[in-house]
Design a binder for this molecule. Structure first.
Ligand code: URA
Length: 206
């Protein structure tokens, strides 16, 4: 199996785990990227956000949610009364998956195999941070933790027990940025729903 063994006994701190993840070649996504975009935030965080994968800006800066989706997330967190610096923010897949279009790198949804190859890093982060509440952003993160039958519609904004923590799935901020009125999507409404889901998570933190 190409999956690296990253038992927490071998990587006792987040810094150790980050160092190991930096050299990950468990799937081909590392090719043509700046590097591994590991999670950021305090090891003591009670709240963890799990996104899909880094985007172009995140790959350039090697930090999660620092591009347009990150800006939307930041603003929504303020509205929901959550301090981002108190939360741990990471992704299900830690290398940017893209296709080239001229000089541009266009986001490509990671495949199940990429999520699986990257899983030891996410499991390590969960084991070391041990968050009280986990919020999954979008379908990829939801499926990564809840299984392939997970569906955003119907399940988002609803807290459930998961692996000794409470998990609240919500939509991905990029989906709000891409809201298409021609497909009946109202960006303002989606943003309000997103903030409402974040408030569900905030309330669980007490
Ligand atoms: N989208 C994600 O899912 N994660 C990031 O870090 C940035 C954009």
């Amino acid at each position: 199996s190409p999956t690296p063994s990253v038992a927490v006994s071998e990587a006792p701190t987040l810094d150790d785990l980050r160092d190991r993840a930096a050299g990950c070649t468990a799937c081909e996504l590392y090719e043509g990227t700046t590097g591994t975009v590991f999670g950021t935030g305090p090891a003591t965080a009670r709240l963890m956000f799990v996104g899909e994968q880094p985007g172009d800006q995140e790959d350039r800066q090697l930090s999660p949610f620092v591009g347009p989706a990150g800006k939307l997330l930041d603003d929504a967190l303020v509205e929901a009364g959550i301090a981002r610096e108190d939360a741990y923010v990471t992704n299900a897949v830690k290398h940017f998956s893209f296709r080239r279009q001229g000089n541009r790198r266009i986001h490509q949804t990671p495949k199940v195999g990429h999520v699986r190859a990257c899983r030891p890093w996410l499991d390590g982060e969960l084991a070391l941070v041990r968050p009280h509440v986990v919020v999954t952003l979008g379908a990829t993160a939801g499926k990564a933790l809840l299984g392939s039958s997970f569906r955003i519609t119907g399940e988002r904004g609803t807290a459930r027990e998961w692996e000794g923590t409470t998990l609240v799935p919500t939509i991905h901020p990029s989906a709000i940025l891409r809201a298409d009125p021609a497909r009946g999507q109202d960006g303002d409404e989606m943003r309000e729903g997103f903030v409402a889901d974040l408030r569900v998570a905030a309330a669980l933190l007490g």
